[in-house]
Design a protein around this ligand. Structure first.
Ligand code: NAD
Ligand code: IPM
Ligand code: MN
Length: 369
């Protein structure tokens, strides 16, 4: 019970379409469970650039800091692609994550049995896949200094710095250890330690923290894998993975890849969490999908499942999360699919293609039943 303040950030492209579905679902589930959710919408990304000239207005950051949780849809689009890194929509999202110190990005890639035949990967390879990617979110090459452009001997160069401090690696590693204790206990730390010093420090720090925390006696197992091999193994043998612990850019890439197991990038939710008591950001893994925006065909389920993660981790309302996740399973079991999940459906399957709004209505119906 009680009142909760949710900052909603619809952003750009399909963002407002999928946010609309998530808010309607949350409203009805909140009502059923006696949780009074107060939504307040704020501008971010390209939308905020158009309204205020800045991708993360001070007002938005302040409101997010004051909230109990931040629900974010997606940002970005062709219109703003030529702005400098910090002025573009993506800069706003990165400043928000850093501003709230949301250092731990939890990206579950779970295959619902209903979608077994929908993935381009073979059913016997992906059956039962349940992976949690724990991605460091406020460090690494996304934030390292120096960065920029320079002229050198008549040539032009662009450069970034991939850097991690021991303390940054320790805190994300400990999040992965805690999560692994609630799961199968197998952690694979992914890096490029055969080439990069930053990865050598990463690998050593993870091993030391594992040892220091006595993780072996808690039944945890730690293995290391190079990122190129991991990308391959995610396609060829994804069932081996339980928890994948990795840095900012590798986690970005591997999570899009892992989404293929579930049938579509549009299915994957995420939680970007900070220290206990501080608000987290709940956001789908995918972007603003400008290629399909405004057509009411986007898959809202990654967004809706992010709202469920918000209930579970951000609001401590696991019953609300269960109701939402059950509704998603129910509509999938009944054969309803947005276009992104239709592509590789087997011949003869009784699937019903629906749009974004209609998928939302089906979720509401399922919850009411
Ligand atoms: P994208 O994730 O937006 O889209 C990749 C492909 O997946 C597209 O074909 C798109 O139509 C499809 N897709 C994505 N989400 C879908 C959904 N819910 N339903 C159906 N299909 C879906 O990635 P992109 O095209 O590389 O980037 C587009 C913009 O989004 C860029 O400006 C990028 O910077 C931004 N972006 C933002 C976020 C975020 O807000 N967290 C994440 C990734 C990319
Ligand atoms: C994501 C996105 C972002 C990232 C971009 C838009 C800054 O790709 O959330 O996965 O790289 O983290
Ligand atoms: Mn990404």
């Amino acid at each position: 019970g009680g009142t909760r303040a949710i900052a909603t950030l619809p952003g750009d492209g399909i963002g407002p379409e999928i946010m609309d579905v998530a808010v309607k679902v949350l409203e009805i589930v909140g009502e059923a469970e006696g949780v009074d959710l107060r939504f307040e919408e704020h501008a971010i990304g390209g939308d905020a650039i158009d309204k205020t000239g800045c991708p993360l207005p001070d007002e938005t950051l302040a409101a997010c800091k004051e909230s109990d949780a931040v629900l974010l849809a997606a940002i970005g689009g062709y219109k703003w692609d030529n702005l400098s890194s910090k002025d573009r929509p993506e800069g706003g999202l990165l400043q928000l994550r850093a501003g709230l110190d949301c250092f731990a990005n939890l990206r579950p890639a779970t295959l619902e049995d209903e979608l077994l035949e929908g993935s381009p990967l073979k059913p016997d390879i992906i059956k039962g896949v349940d992976i949690m990617i724990v991605r460091e979110l406020v460090g690494g090459i996304y934030f390292g200094q120096p960065r920029g452009f320079m002229d050198e001997e008549g040539d032009r160069a662009g450069y970034n710095t991939m850097v991690y401090k021991k303390s940054e690696v320790e805190r994300i590693a400990r999040v992965a250890f805690e999560i692994a204790k609630q799961r199968k206990g197998r952690i694979v730390s992914v890096d490029k330690a055969n080439v990069l010093e930053v990865s050598q420090l990463w690998r050593q720090t993870v091993a030391d923290a594992f040892e220091e925390d006595g993780c072996s006696s808690d039944g945890l197992e730690l293995a290391n894998m190079y990122v190129d091999n991991c990308a391959m193994q995610l396609c060829s043998n994804p069932s081996q993975f339980d928890v994948i612990l990795t840095g900012n850019i590798f986690g970005d890439i591997l999570s899009d890849q892992a989404s293929v197991i579930t049938g579509s990038l549009g299915m994957l939710p995420s939680a970007s969490v900070s220290s206990p008591g501080k608000p987290g950001i709940y956001e789908p893994v995918h972007g603003s999908a400008p290629d399909i925006a405004g057509q009411d065909i986007a898959n809202p389920l990654g967004m809706v499942l992010s709202a469920a993660m918000m209930c579970r981790y951000g609001l401590n309302e696991p019953e609300m999360a269960d109701i939402i996740e059950d509704a998603v399973k129910d509509v999938l079991a009944k054969g309803y699919r947005t276009g992104d999940l239709m592509g590789s459906s087997p011949p003869g399957a009784e699937l019903i293609q629906v749009g974004c709004t209609q998928m939302g209505e089906l979720l509401l119906q399922s919850i009411a039943e």
